[in-house]
Write a protein of this length. Structure first.
Length: 207
């Protein structure tokens, strides 16, 4: 009897050693697989946020003259400059190389640095064209600065402006970002500096 038990244990032990690995297969019905794939795809996509989520726009920001949401509203709806109410900006983009800064004083209809509710903010407005027609704008807003330290990071918010299905200009997306200050990333006009859009980087500036 002992010989049989010992023989049985040896056989079982040999079988265990002879196994190359452990294998398992899971089967799911089709709807679950489709839902899982869709969820995974959403997770991998970039997240985009509306301007009222990203841009500073509280009452305190207004008191400090740094309400980025109010400035965006003026770019869209100002009776003198607004993209939806006038052709002032459209008519002047090409003259300035498709990049208008807040310190330009020769804009038809008035001075961009006097735009209502700009407060203590600076801004740069660029555009993209298709067949020479403007199809979108990008607004960069930042605290005004008259001096800077090389390699310091200047917080800059970038907002996309596009036409909706009704043909109205709107701003669906904003990003928080920065520009690393240097002679290659900022320029000066009327004794005030402004950022160069090509130097903008996405991300939050930490202390």
């Amino acid at each position: 009897m002992k010989i049989i038990r010992v023989f049985t244990m040896v056989v079982v032990f040999a079988m265990i050693l002879g196994c190359g690995g452990v294998y398992a297969v899971w089967y799911y019905n089709a709807p679950f697989v489709e839902e899982f794939s869709a969820a995974t795809s959403l997770i991998l996509n970039d997240f985009f946020f509306a301007p009222d989520v990203v841009l500073p726009g509280t009452d305190q920001d207004s008191d400090l003259g740094k309400n980025h949401q109010s400035l965006l509203h003026e770019i869209l709806y100002s009776s003198k400059y607004g993209l939806n109410l006038t052709e002032t900006i459209h008519a002047n983009m090409a003259q300035y190389g498709d990049m208008i800064t807040c310190y330009e004083n020769g804009i038809q209809g008035g001075n961009m640095n006097n735009i209502p509710r700009a407060g203590n903010l600076g801004f740069v407005l660029t555009c993209e064209r298709e067949a020479d027609e403007i199809v979108s704008f990008f607004l960069y807003t930042f605290d005004e600065f008259s001096s800077y330290i090389n390699d310091s990071k200047i917080v800059v918010y970038k907002t996309m402006i596009t036409k909706n299905e009704n043909g109205e200009w709107e701003s669906p997306i904003s990003w928080e970002g920065y520009v690393v200050a240097s002679q290659e990333t900022v320029a000066i006009h009327k004794k005030e500096y402004y950022i160069l859009p090509a130097a903008w980087k996405s991300g939050r500036v930490t202390a």
